[in-house]
Design a protein around this ligand. Structure first.
Ligand code: ARG
Length: 464
């Protein structure tokens, strides 16, 4: 191969031939990391400000750099900025343009810094902003759930184990179960934010720098709680991205479970809820269809987020200290996890308040499944029958009800008394579904009174 001029002005010095064209494309990240431009510029402004404070740059140089970077931000936002694959990544594209704009001072920006601490800083700043946006969407969804739970605090539906009717519950109570899942997700998210909120800036390539930098100052300028402790760890650590994806996977698991229930409930066989038309789509061949596409897609998208978590764990598992180019592969999974979570939360937060409960249908389903069988057993225990014997008596009553095609509450007193002489007229109060749920009147129980108290506690926890 003939000797060519090195193509890269930022690191071309020691090279005697240009980068292979394929290698250039293969190693470039600018197509996807340009998304970090605003955070890259913010980090650079903080770095330049710090360099001026410690006397490595003059105030005039700092101001020139800040003016140039601000102009570049404008160019990127307006779409006129020319991204160049030969400049590899977002960092070198911006730096090259800065030098074009302000000349030699532009070349001073990278003093006491490396792309290794730069990119680590950028991703943390990016993710911190996204976490804050995601947190707002999570709270919007949680608030929507609480509003719906409040409206449906007394609505009776069958509660399931093994997807078989188990005991009656209130729909409000069921929705609060979803709320609890999201509450844990939110606490994991905020926990992740706390740990990521440290500044790697100043770790430089891996060992720190010989300039008299003030890492605490640049950390403070960027709103980080402190500078990271160890320079080697700072440039190689991507735990925060993994933690975020772990949060995201679990959140998506919860949204997927809720989606599965919405899909089941909208089916003709269940017919528990109605989703508004704007969240559903039709079939091109079957005119009667109204498909719950939005929850189905959310359920489906949980797969790709799980994939991103595994991708990042695998990316990191064999990396020696400190920075390795492998780390460039952190961005696409992280970006997609962020985008997917935001879209799915938005879909849910918009959709949940628009769910209509089909109360009559829920009630009829609860009646069909002998949902008060446990209540009858508990009743017999209160009359002095041992629980195992009560279980047996109720089992025979249910078998009789199945043969007669009648729910327990529809059997006459005489019919019920065939199975136990302990059964008296007062049994009908507990065989109703309303009586059954009202009796589960303790912290965490399904009684409407408890559901309302739980909603009040939940609202307080959201700071409403
Ligand atoms: N594009 C790189 C990344 O995303 C930036 C850091 C490159 N550092 C280096 N020493 N090649 O990780």
């Amino acid at each position: 191969m003939s000797k060519k001029t090195p193509s890269n002005q930022q690191w071309g010095g020691r090279f005697s031939e240009a980068t292979d064209e394929f290698v250039q494309r293969f190693t470039a990240s600018v197509n996807f990391d340009q998304r970090l431009y605003a955070h890259d510029i913010k980090g650079s402004i903080a770095h330049a400000t710090m360099l001026a404070k410690v006397g490595v740059l003059t105030d005039t140089e700092r101001d020139q750099i800040i003016t140039g970077l601000t102009q570049i931000a404008g160019e990127i936002e307006s779409g006129e900025f020319q991204w160049q694959i030969e400049l590899e990544d977002v960092h070198m594209n911006i730096e090259a343009r800065l030098t074009q704009l302000i000349g030699i001072t532009g070349k001073k920006l990278h003093t006491g810094r490396s792309r290794n601490d730069q990119v680590a800083t950028d991703i943390r700043l990016f993710l911190r902003d996204e976490i804050d946006a995601i947190d707002l969407e999570l709270v919007r969804l949680q608030t929507g759930l609480l509003d719906l739970a409040e409206r449906e605090a007394e609505t009776i539906m069958p509660g399931f184990t093994h997807l078989q009717t188990a005991q009656p519950v209130t729909f409000g109570h069921h929705l609060l179960a979803w709320f609890e899942m999201l509450k844990r997700d939110r606490s994991r998210l905020l926990d992740c934010r706390k740990r990521l909120n440290q500044s790697p800036l100043g770790a430089a390539a891996l060992a720190g720098t010989s300039y008299p930098i003030d890492r605490a100052y640049s950390a403070e300028l960027l709103g980080f709680s402190q500078a990271t402790e160890n320079s080697l760890d700072s440039v190689s650590d991507r735990d925060f991205a993994i933690e975020f994806c772990a949060f995201a996977s679990l959140l998506m698991t919860h949204l997927s479970r809720a989606s599965e229930e919405l899909v089941i409930w909208t089916s003709a066989q269940f017919d528990f809820i109605e989703l508004p038309d704007r969240f559903c789509t039709g079939s091109s061949i079957m005119p009667q269809k109204k498909n719950p596409d939005v929850p189905e897609l959310v359920r489906g998208k949980s797969g790709r987020v799980n994939g991103h978590l595994i991708a990042l764990l695998t990316l990191m598992k064999s990396q020696p200290l400190a920075y390795n180019k492998d780390n460039q592969e952190d961005k696409e999974p992280l970006f997609d996890a962020v985008d997917t979570v935001k879209d799915c939360l938005r879909a849910f937060a918009d959709m949940v308040p628009a769910i209509t409960a089909k109360k009559a249908s829920m009630l009829a389903a609860a009646k069909r499944g002998f949902a008060t069988a446990t209540d009858l057993a508990d009743y017999l225990v209160r009359k002095g029958v041992a629980f195992r014997d009560a279980h047996e008596i109720v089992g025979r009553s249910v078998a009789y009800g199945i043969a007669q095609q009648k729910d327990l509450a529809e059997l006459s007193l005489a019919e019920l008394q065939q199975f136990s002489s302990h059964i008296e007229e007062d049994v009908f109060a507990i065989l109703t579904l309303e009586g059954s749920v009202a009796l589960r009147d303790h912290w965490g129980g399904t009684a409407p009174k408890q559901v309302r108290q739980a909603i009040a506690r939940a609202r307080a926890s959201l700071g409403e």
